[in-house]
Every structure is written in C-alpha cells, then in structure tokens.
Design a binder for this molecule. Structure first.
Ligand SMILES: C[S@@+](CC[C@H](N)C(=O)[O-])C[C@H]1O[C@@H](n2cnc3c(N)ncnc32)[C@H](O)[C@@H]1O
Length: 304
C-alpha cells in the first residue's frame, strides 16, 4: 500500500523498515512515501503551505519551544533540520535570544526565504542558512549544538537513524533534540455539518492510506544515543481562526480531494468542490471555520 504525504516536497524511501512501529491510532507502513496529489509541490507552493501552516497552527512552535526551554540553559547554537521557510528557525530565534540558529535545507530557494524573514525581523546576525543534503548526516562543520529541531522533516530523510547519530555526535552533552511530525489530516469545518462529515471521511481515508506516515521515532532517537525525555501530543483546536485559515483550508482540502480522488464518492466530491469554489458556502466565504489538527513531538536529550 502506498503512503501519502500532503506536505511532500522531495521524497526518499526509508532504507530501513525496522522503524515502522505503529504509532498512536493509525498503523504506519514501512512502504515508500508517495504524494497525495499527482505532482510534487514546487518550492513556491511548498513555501505558501508552510507559511500558512505557521500562521494558522503556529502555536505548536511556541508550545514545543517552551518545553525545550525548560531543559536547556542559555543555548548558544541551535540547528533546524529541514527548515523550509524557517518557521521553526524564527520561533527558536525568538525563544532563545542568546543563540545562533543554523537553518539547514537542501532547497536554496526555501533558505533564501529564511534569510529574508530573518532580516525582516532584524535577527539576520543570529540566523545562518546552510544548503545541505541531510539524507545521511549533518555537514561536518556543524558542531557544539545545544538544540536540534526537526519539524515535519524526519520522514523525508533517507536514513534518519544516521542523521540522528551524527546529530548526537555534533551535540553538546545536555543538548536537546525535538522531532515533530504532523499526525493527521487537519479539518476545517464543524463536525456536525455535512461538510465536516465529508472532511472526517477524508481524514479516515487518509489515515487508512498512511497519509504522512511517520514511525514512532522513539527507538530511532534512543538508538542514536539520546535519552527520550517526553512524547507530546500537540493538539490544535481553533474556533474563529485567523483569516489565513481560509487559504490554508482550501490548500489542504484541495490536496486531499486530488490525492484521494479514487476513494471519494460523487456526493462527497460535490461537497468538496463547493467548499473549494467561490460561492457563499466555500471555505473562502464562510465564517464557521474551526481548525482541528494534531502533531506529535518527541523531546530527547544527549545525556550530560
Ligand atoms: C514539510 S517541509 C518542513 C519545513 C519546516 N521544518 C516546517 O515545519 O515548516 C520539509 C522540508 O525538508 C526539506 N528536505 C527534504 N528532504 C531533504 C534532504 N534530503 N535534505 C535537506 N532538506 C530536506 C524540504 O526542502 C522542506 O523544506
């Protein structure tokens, strides 16, 4: 069975199927990831999705950064593994004013956005971007790390175990690792509406298809030498979400509609098309949107 990943940009099949333990309520498959949708999003549309994601569900950045803060004292070096547009980079820079943050990604286009955002926020002296392929290891120049952050990225890398081992080696004793993954297809309509029911059917299909499959990273993390501190369910529920939620909802619903096209009934497709259209009941016009999303975060430490 193919797995699907709505946030796919570039993909690699995991070499090692041993980390495919079931996690939470849906089982994950060791099979290669595929995209939910026929085309890989280009860097521009990926950037739009990532920025909307932070604008709407960005509280998770502060939630998890707050948990990290309780574990480290005056960090000076933070790395963001697969930074994308830098939503995590910037949140960490805000949270840790004593730190230099290194954003690593294999997309120079996305890293340029990180640099632009850092100068916009007046913190370009503390944010550095490094183009790097993280499939197997960190670049050797990365050393003395106090905090390593990997959000919605770990499942992209070809050999997450090797990357985590090299992260461990680059980390100072007492340093903290945070791995975050999106857990479920988010929904945007109230559960008690016909549209909300369609969305929940989509989510069930996506789960059954191992959408955004990620293993329980616990054993990969501890195998690399880290001590697991906590696993956190990060639940998002937003009534009256910001305006950006309309575009964000349209993006997700559109991708799910295309990616799961072969499973959607004609009736459900009609509902989805109405949500994606420009009529009064479309997501861009309605004012009853409610965002429900879930992430999971693993916090670990290199023993002091
Ligand atoms: C879903 S995005 C997550 C971005 C960001 N961490 C966030 O949460 O907004 C995945 C990121 O991983 C990067 N990526 C994927 N494979 C990579 C690789 N082999 N080496 C470095 N970066 C990679 C992509 O370019 C993309 O920016």
């Amino acid at each position: 069975m193919a797995t699907v990943d709505l946030m796919a940009h570039t993909h690699h099949a995991p070499d090692d199927a041993s980390h495919s333990d079931a996690h939470h309520h849906h089982a994950h498959s060791p099979h290669p990831h595929g995209t939910l949708g026929h085309e890989q999003p280009d860097a521009g549309s990926m950037a739009t999705l990532l920025d909307l994601d932070a604008a709407v569900t960005g509280h998770y950045l502060d939630d998890v950064a707050g948990r990290i803060e309780a574990l480290v004292t005056r960090p000076t070096r933070v790395i963001d593994l697969g930074s994308g547009t830098g939503t995590g980079t910037l949140a960490l820079a805000r949270r840790f004013p004593t730190a230099q943050i290194v954003a690593l990604d294999n997309s120079t286009e996305l890293l340029e956005r990180v640099a632009t955002a850092a100068s916009r926020d007046g913190i370009d002296d503390r944010v550095r971007t490094v183009t790097a392929d993280l499939d197997h290891a960190l670049p050797a120049e990365v050393i003395d790390v106090d905090i390593a952050w990997a959000s919605s990225t770990m499942h992209h890398f070809a050999d997450p175990g090797a990357l985590l081992s090299s992260t461990f080696a680059a980390m100072r004793p007492g340093g903290v690792l945070a791995v975050v993954e999106i857990d479920e297809l988010p929904t945007f309509l109230p559960a008690d509406t016909a549209e909300g029911e369609v969305e929940r059917r989509l989510r069930a299909s996506a789960n059954a298809r191992h959408w955004n499959a990620h293993p329980d990273w616990s054993s990969t993390i501890t195998d690399a030498g880290f001590e697991l501190v906590d696993t956190i369910d990060v639940v998002t529920h937003i009534d009256n979400p910001p305006h950006a939620a309309r575009d964000y909802a349209a993006l997700w619903i559109g991708r799910a509609r295309n990616g799961l096209a072969d499973e959607i009934t004609d009736d459900d497709r009609t509902v989805l098309d109405r949500l994606l259209g420009d009529g009064p009941t479309s997501v861009s016009a309605r004012d009853d949107l409610v965002v429900d999303a879930r992430r999971v975060a693993w916090l670990a430490r290199r023993p002091a």
